[in-house]
Design a protein around this ligand. Sequence first.
Ligand code: 5MM
Length: 338
Amino acid sequence: MSTQTELQDTINDMVDDHRGILAADESTPTIQKRFDAIGVESTEENRRFYRALLLDTPELGKYISGVIMFEETLGQQDDTGRPLPEVAWAQKIVPGVKVDKGKGPLSGAPGDLITYGLDGLAERLGDYKAQGARFVKWREVYPITPTNPTLLGLRANAEMLARYAATCQEMGVVPIVEPEVLMDGDHDIDRCAEVNEQVLHSVFHALRLHHVSLEHMILKPSMTLPGKDCRRAPADEVARATLTVLKRTVPAAVPSINFLSGGQGPEEATENLNAINRLRGNAPWQLSTSYGRALQQPAQAAWAGQQENRAAAQQALLKRARLNSLARNGEYDPSMEA
Ligand code: 5MM
C-alpha cells in the first residue's frame, strides 16, 4: 500500500461528522496526578486495568473514532490477553500514540517551552506501527504572559511540530499537531485570541515550509478562552472568538480540528463545543474533541480504583462521549446532564 493511501485510509477511519478522539495518553507523572486525585496508586497493573476498561466500554465506537495512547498502553493487554490496540479497533476506534517526550525550557526565550523527542523518531514510528498505531500526537506548549510567547518561542515550537509532522507522513502515519496555548494566568479572552492567532499562523507557515500534506493531518488546538484567573466567558463568546481565530489561520484543506479540553470542566467543554458547532456556519473543517480530562474525569471518579466500579466508570465515559457527539452538531443541552 502506498504511503498516501495509508494516510488517507487513516483519515477516512478517524474523521466523520459525529465522533471524536479520546486522549488517554497521560505520561507517567500526569497519570500519577490523576490517580492521586482518586486515591489510586499508579502501578503498571492499575494503569493497564484502567485503560483496558476505557477501551472496552461497550458502544464507545459509536462516539469515538480514535484513541491516543501512552507508549506503555500500546504494549499492554486486556484481561483476556488481547493487545489494547486490538481492543480499540474491534470497535473501529483507530489506535494512536503520543510520540513526544515531554517539555522543558527553551534556551534564549525565558518563559517559553520546547518539546523533546525528534531524535530517533522515525525508528520509533516503525515500532509503534508494528504494534498497531496508525496515527500519532505531538504537543508543543505555549504559556501566556505579558511577554510570552516570544518570537523565538513561536518559531522554534512551530518548527518542531512541522518536522515531527513531516517525519510521520513519510512513514505513513497521520500526525495530530497539538499547539496547546495554556489557560494558566489572568489574561482575558482577547489576549488568548491574539496568542492563538500568532501560534496557529506560525504553525501553518512551518507546516508549509516542511511540505506537510494538510489533507493528512489533524489539528488539536486550544479553544480561545480567558485565563483561569480571569472571569469566565459565556459559551457563545468562546465560540465566536475560537471560530474567528481558526478562520483566520487554518487552511480549508485540514479535514478536522479536534480541540483539547485544557482544564475546562467536562460540562463546560461540551457546552463550548456545542456553541462552536452552532455558530460554525460554513466552516470547512470538522470541529470535534480530542479531550483527555473532560472525557475521563467522571469515569475516573466513578472507578476510584475499585474493580466492582468498572461498569459505572464505563457508563460515565460513554455518557460524556455521547453528549460530545451531540455537541458536534449543536444538539446538546445542559438539561441532558441529568
Ligand atoms: C493538553 O493535553 C492533552 C489533552 O488533554 P486535556 O483535554 O486534558 O487538556 C493531552 O493529550 C496531553 O497531551 C496528554 O495527556 C499528555 O500530557 P502529559 O503532560 O502527560 O505529557
